[in-house]
Design a protein around this ligand. Structure first.
Ligand code: PLP
Length: 393
C-alpha cells in the first residue's frame, strides 16, 4: 500500500478520536501505581467523573471494557437464578442479555423491533404482571450504539415506580456519557456504566461505574461469584487513591486530561456541540432521501446515526471503499442489522469541519451505489452556518 497523505478520519461510534493533549498525557512515562502522585490522580478522576455521571455517590473504575462493566453491574448485585428484565433495543442490549444468561440469570426480554427506544409502558406491564420470584433488575442501554437510538431512562424509572416495583435499575451509558446528559441520580439508577473509548475521548481500556446506595446494599446479599469485578475492594479508592490490583496507569493519567478538556469546554457546551453535529448529520441523511434505523425522531441519538441502506447494498463493501478512497472509518451493521446500515459516530473530540468532511466522503462514496439526492452536505453546512456559534470557555 502506498502512503496516503492527510489525516485519516475516525467516524466510528467508538473508539473515537483521541485529542492530542490526551495522547501526550498517555505517552508520559508510566508512574508507580502505588505511589502518592498516582493516588492523587485516582482520587481526582473518581471525584470528577461523578458530575459527568450526574452522580453524588461513589464511582469505581477497572481496567477493562464496557462488557466488563456489564458483568460488574450484575455480579455485584444479583444471585444465581435471579430474574432480570432487559429492554432489548439492539445489538448491545442483546449482548448484555446474553452475558446475563451466561452468568446464570434468567432474562425476561422486553423486545423492540430495534428501530426505536425502550418502551416504558412495556416495562411497566412486565413489572405489573410480575410473579414470584420477582424481577430483581431492569437493564437498559441508554444509547443503543447499534441503532443510533437513545432511550428515556427517566421514563423507565417512572414506569418501575408506577408499577410499585422494587427492581434495581442498571443502565449502560457506554456511548452516551461525555456526549449527552447522563443523570445517574436523577434517574435514580442503581448502576450506570461507561467505558473510556467513546465520549471520554480515550483509547479503550477503562470501565467506570456509578453506584447508588441500593446497589451498595445489594452487594451484601448478592451471591453470583465475583472476584476481579468485585467492587468492594475498589470502593476505598475514592479516599485513598489506592486500587486493589494494577490499574491502567497511563489511561488513568490520560483520563485526568480528558476530564480537564471536558470541563474547560463546559459539559453543557459539550452536549450542545453533540446535538448540533447530530442535527447536521440527520439533515444530510434526510436530504439524501435516506432513512435512519431509528424511526422515532425524538429518540435519534446525539452520538451516533445509523443510516439504513437499500436492500442488496452491503455496508462492509461501502465501508471498505470509503476507507480506501477517503480515509474515513465508519461503523457497520451489527447483529440483525449486519450489512444493512452504516453507522456514523459523531461523538467525542469532533467539530463541525470534521463532520462536514465525513458527510462529504459519504456523499461522494455513496453516489453510484445508493440512490441519493445530491446536496446533503450543502444542506448540513447551511444548517451549521445558521446556528449561533457555540460558547467558548
Ligand atoms: N454497550 C454499548 C452501548 C456499546 O456501544 C458497547 C461497545 O461499543 C458496549 C456496551 C461494549 O463495550 P466494549 O466493546 O467496550 O466491551
Amino acid at each position: 500500500m502506498g502512503r496516503r497523505a492527510g489525516r485519516a478520519v475516525m467516524a466510528l461510534p467508538g473508539p473515537t478520536n483521541v485529542p492530542d493533549a490526551v495522547l501526550r498525557a498517555i505517552a508520559r512515562p508510566t508512574i508507580d501505581h502505588r505511589g502518592a502522585a498516582f493516588a492523587a490522580v485516582v482520587r481526582s478522576v473518581l471525584a470528577d467523573l461523578a458530575p459527568v455521571f450526574g452522580a453524588s455517590g461513589p464511582v469505581v473504575m477497572y481496567p477493562g471494557s464496557g462488557t466488563g462493566g456489564w458483568e460488574a453491574a450484575l455480579v455485584n448485585t444479583l444471585s444465581p437464578g435471579d430474574r432480570v428484565a432487559m429492554c432489548e433495543t439492539g445489538f448491545f442490549a442483546a449482548g448484555w442479555a446474553q452475558l446475563a444468561a451466561k452468568l446464570g440469570l434468567v432474562v425476561e426480554v422486553v423486545a423492540t423491533d430495534w428501530h426505536g427506544p425502550a418502551d416504558p409502558e412495556a416495562i411497566g406491564r412486565a413489572l405489573g404482571a410480575d410473579s414470584e420470584p420477582p424481577i430483581r433488575a431492569v437493564l437498559v442501554v441508554h444509547n443503543e450504539t447499534s441503532t443510533g437510538t437513545t432511550s428515556d431512562v427517566g421514563a423507565i424509572r417512572r414506569a418501575i415506580d408506577a408499577a410499585g416495583h422494587s427492581a434495581l435499575l442498571l443502565v449502560d451509558a457506554v456511548s452516551s456519557l461525555g456526549a449527552m446528559p447522563v443523570g445517574h441520580d436523577d434517574w435514580r439508577a442503581d448502576v450506570t456504566i461507561t467505558a473510556s473509548q467513546k465520549g471520554l475521548m480515550l483509547p479503550p481500556g477503562l470501565v467506570m461505574l456509578a453506584l447508588s446506595e441500593r446497589a451498595l446494599a445489594a452487594r451484601e446479599d448478592a451471591r453470583l461469584p465475583r472476584a476481579y469485578w468485585d467492587w468492594g475492594p475498589m470502593l476505598a479508592a475514592g479516599q485513598t487513591g489506592s486500587l486493589p490490583y494494577t490499574p491502567s496507569t497511563n489511561l488513568v493519567v490520560g483520563l485526568r486530561t480528558a476530564l480537564d478538556l471536558l470541563f474547560e469546554e463546559g459539559l453543557e457546551a459539550v452536549f450542545a456541540r453533540h446535538r448540533r453535529l447530530a442535527g447536521a448529520v440527520r439533515g444530510a441523511v434526510s436530504h439524501w432521501g435516506l432513512e435512519t434505523v431509528c424511526v422515532d425522531p425524538a429518540a435519534l441519538s446525539d452520538s451516533v446515526t445509523a443510516i439504513l441502506l437499500p436492500d442488496g447494498v452491503s455496508d462492509s463493501a461501502l465501508r471498505a471503499s470509503l476507507l480506501e478512497r477517503y480515509g474515513v472509518t465508519l461503523g457497520g451493521g451489527l447483529g440483525r442489522l449486519r450489512e444493512r446500515c452504516l453507522r456514523v459516530g459523531h461523538l467525542g473530540d469532533v467539530d463541525e469541519l470534521m463532520i462536514v468532511s465525513v458527510l462529504a466522503a459519504l456523499e461522494m462514496g455513496l453516489a453510484g451505489h445508493v440512490p441519493l439526492e445530491p446536496g446533503g452536505v450543502q444542506a448540513a453546512m447551511a444548517r451549521l452556518a445558521r446556528e449561533e456559534p457555540l460558547p467558548v470557555a
